[in-house]
Design a protein around this ligand. Structure first.
Ligand code: NAD
Ligand code: UD1
Length: 344
């Protein structure tokens, strides 16, 4: 039997599409809304092929209130919104801050206003570990202070969390919300039918690795080898996108069943384990058997040395734990890249 209707904004994107798959496989009715600014409609056939179900799809820009409101009115029977839609390129956000504030904050405000109007009760938001900056102690817990953001993109996540917290406090709809702070999502669905589609030169490590291995990029530059870490390269908490997607379904069910401890909650989503850039490269080479061309260069501005999650709260409250190993993550990313480029 079909369960509740869930609106997935940005559902044609990387994490949204993987979450749509998990939702459909758990029998939720899924409505994806996306303006395709950083994604392609072809992802919908990937979702349908994996699940055997076709999600509803509407192409629209959520910063446009005149279009957002009728969309929400049409889907006023939805029980929750999972809000992925945002621009996410850190470097671009420093050049185009107004675009980022308009898009990420503007769309959030429109969505939350429409939810109030249409009495849609539950909200889940894609936040980021970037809100922690370089924390004083690791693994970082949800109680660590939010640090000044190092980019307008990071600011939009911090502002969004405040906006959601304050809105939920009013007692209007949405009455309950969860912000999920993702660490470093990588990898692709094991079917290789959906995955990350970075536009232009990737900023993030994993797509840069797979594109280098595929011969699209000449060489990976490792940013910094003088960090105070075991091999001198920076440490992050990489999490498989399917583990991340699964956490959204669990968070959703927590809200739908009223199991949340507070009207507004925040959870870290990571594995709790930190890996250095070199460890990721070695995992990629081991899991795929492909040798990677790389060299070292200076640190990237704005990068922190080491960041990994305390997953205790998510383990205890959500009953969720990331399951995939780093080798599984790097292999699935490679299988997706190969499929995209028709490589053997
Ligand atoms: P993505 O770019 O693949 O997906 C975002 C989707 O939102 C895209 O399909 C895009 O077309 C859509 N979108 C953007 N602005 C829109 C608008 N105004 N109206 C309608 N649709 C719009 O990114 P992703 O990696 O899937 O990230 C999803 C969310 O998770 C984002 O909020 C991102 O900031 C957050 N996040 C991502 C990461 C990461 O490493 N990928 C880490 C932390 C947080
Ligand atoms: C970055 C963003 C963060 C955002 C996240 C997900 C910055 C400063 N932070 O996190 O706000 O939430 O992406 O989109 O941009 N690396 C290389 N060579 C490369 C690329 C990356 O050595 O070509 C290194 C980086 O220095 C870092 C690690 O790989 O140590 C991971 O980088 P990346 O994938 O960009 O993620 P973050 O910087 O952690």
């Amino acid at each position: 039997m079909k369960k509740e209707k869930i609106i997935v904004t940005g559902g044609a994107g990387y994490i949204g599409a993987h979450t749509a798959v998990e939702l459909l496989q758990s029998d939720y009715e899924v409505v994806i809304v996306d303006n395709l600014v950083n994604s392609s409609k072809s992802v919908l056939s990937g979702i349908a092929e994996i699940t055997g179900k076709q999600p509803a799809f509407e192409e629209l820009d959520l910063t446009h209130a005149g279009k957002t409101n009728p969309f929400f009115h049409k889907h006023r029977d939805a029980k929750a919104v999972i809000h992925f839609a945002a621009l996410k390129a850190v470097g671009e956000s420093t050049r185009l801050p107004i675009l980022y504030y308009k898009n990420n904050i503007g769309s959030l405000l429109n969505v939350m206003e429409a939810m109030k109007e249409e009495q849609i009760p539950h909200f889940i938001f894609s936040s980021s570990a970037t809100v922690y900056g370089q924390p004083e102690s690791l693994p970082v817990t949800e109680l660590a202070p939010v640090q000044p953001a190092s980019s307008p993109y990071g600011s939009t996540k911090q502002m969004a969390e405040v906006i959601i917290r304050d809105t939920v406090k009013t007692g209007n709809q949405p009455a309950s919300a969860i912000s999920l702070r993702y660490f470093n999502p990588i990898g692709a669905h094991p079917s290789a039918l959906i995955g990350e589609l970075p536009s232009g030169v990737p900023n993030n490590l994993m797509p840069f690795i797979t594109q280098t291995a595929a011969g699209v990029r000449k060489e990976l530059k490792v940013f910094g080898r003088d960090y105070q870490t075991s091999d001198g390269t920076a440490i992050r908490d990489y999490i498989h996108v399917t583990d991340l997607a699964r956490a959204h379904v669990i968070a959703l069910e927590r809200l739908l069943k009223g199991k949340n401890q507070a009207a507004y909650e925040v959870f870290n989503l990571g594995t709790g384990k930190g890996f250095s850039v070199l460890e990721v490269i070695h995992s990629f080479e081991k899991s795929t058997g492909v040798k990677l061309n790389y060299s070292f260069t200076d640190r990237r501005r704005g990068d922190v040395e080491s960041l990994y999650a305390s997953t205790e709260l998510a383990n205890k409250e959500l009953g969720w734990k990331a399951e995939c190993t780093l080798d599984e993550m790097t292999l699935s990313a490679w299988n997706w890249e190969k499929k995209l480029r028709n490589l053997q």
